[in-house]
Design a protein around this ligand. Structure first.
Ligand code: HEC
Ligand code: HEC
Length: 230
């Protein structure tokens, strides 16, 4: 497996652009051949919070990481490391002195990408037969599908997160942070969330939590346990 790190590139361009002189865009893409065994060892610390299956928890304190695109995971790790995304509890564990450099980050990300997803993530309060769900579906197609994809599959190359399978409680908290200007995302997404009414906001996030995850990406049952941590 090869991990192409667009996110590392963004981080480097951002750090260079803080220099006084204007910089030419860099036209190389960083590529790593990850060492999955090393990633598994590093994941031990992550498992303390995100759980050994990387399924996060039902109340959404910890997000599910399994199934997320590698470039999204990379970008989030680098943003959390630098403090661009505020996460005081996790920040110490993703510093150079604790986890290591880009190679080590790509190793842990590659390991995470081998894990199957939680077959029963937390969903919102309005089931598919409800009017709220249908309104949420329309809002999603109109406002969100252009980036997150018609089925919430996201886009690895552009680092748009996959929303399928993520806990409702986590996603609504994140969306609220974005709405309150406490998490930086694409300005166009932030503007969208601000423009939605409180009801629309709840309905669209409810809908997102029901986006079906392809069966092949799911663990066989909720009883599945990560054999690497037994
Ligand atoms: C002390 C607990 C803790 C540890 C240890 C920890 N995390 Fe986290 N992590 C969190 C919390 C809490 C969040 C969600 C923060 C928020 O709500 O914005 C998070 C968020 C993330 C995200 C963002 C996910 C998304 O969908 O946006 C990624 C990726 C991540 N963690 C990966 C890791 C990896 C890899 C490790 C191990 C190197 C790790 N975490 C260790 C607590 C932890
Ligand atoms: C212009 C593209 C774009 C549009 C439109 C957009 N998003 Fe996003 N969204 C993003 C990006 C990019 C991120 C990741 C930001 C980052 O790097 O931290 C994100 C992150 C999220 C997250 C957090 C995911 C996580 O794992 O932490 C949620 C939830 C979300 N979007 C929901 C929505 C909803 C609901 C809509 C429609 C109302 C929407 N987005 C519209 C680009 C978009």
């Amino acid at each position: 497996m090869k991990i192409t790190c667009y996110s590392c590139l963004i981080a480097i361009v951002l750090s260079l652009s803080t220099a006084a002189t204007a910089v030419e865009p860099i036209r190389v893409v960083l590529e790593f051949v990850p060492d999955i065994d090393n990633g598994r060892r590093s994941f031990d610390i992550c498992a303390r919070c995100h759980l050994p299956e990387a399924w996060g928890n039902y109340d959404g304190t910890y997000p599910q990481l399994a199934g997320q695109h590698v470039n999204v995971l990379m970008k989030q790790l680098l943003d959390i490391r630098s403090g661009r995304r505020v996460n005081p509890s996790m920040q110490p564990f993703v510093q150079e002195r604790t986890i290591g450099g880009y190679q080590n980050i790509s190793d842990v990300v590659a390991y995470i990408s081998t894990l199957p997803m939680n077959p029963a993530h937390r969903r919102g309060p309005w089931p598919p037969e409800s009017a709220e769900y249908r309104e949420g579906s329309e809002l999603y197609s109109r406002h969100c599908a252009s980036c997150h994809g018609p089925d919430g599959e996201g886009n690895n190359e552009l680092s748009y997160p996959r929303l399928q399978g993520q806990h409702y409680s986590y996603m609504s908290r994140q969306a609220r942070l974005v709405r309150n200007n406490m998490r930086q995302v694409k300005p166009s997404m932030a503007a969208l969330l601000v423009a939605l009414s409180a009801e629309e906001f709840d309905k669209v996030l409810n809908y997102v939590s029901y986006l079906p995850v392809p069966q092949a990406d799911l663990a066989p049952s909720t009883a599945w346990r990560n054999p690497d941590f037994q």
